[in-house]
Design a protein around this ligand. Structure first.
Ligand SMILES: [Zn+2]
Length: 83
């Protein structure tokens, strides 16, 4: 669910550190001369995505190796049975 600007209702690009207030880029610039108070919403979403990708990567590689071993075994069994 995209965050909305609390002033005009447009899609929010910034949030304020330590609060749940969200602003679009225009309202943020109008209301805050110092943009260092603001955190980019997209940047926060990226950090969460990176964490999720790091967690899921290692188990996936292990699974692939197991499947390759299974395949080789079943193939050699089939050959001896058909002869
Ligand atoms: Zn706005």
């Amino acid at each position: 669910m995209p965050k909305k600007c609390i002033i005009c209702g447009e899609e929010a690009k910034y949030s304020i550190k330590g609060t749940r207030d969200h602003y679009c880029s225009e309202c943020a610039k109008e209301n805050f001369a110092d943009l260092s108070m603001l955190v980019e919403v997209e940047e926060m979403a990226k950090k969460v995505k990176d964490l999720v990708e790091r967690r899921t990567k290692a188990p996936q590689e292990e699974e692939l190796n197991l499947h390759e071993e299974d395949k080789e075994e079943t193939e050699s069994n089939d050959e001896s049975q058909t002869q």
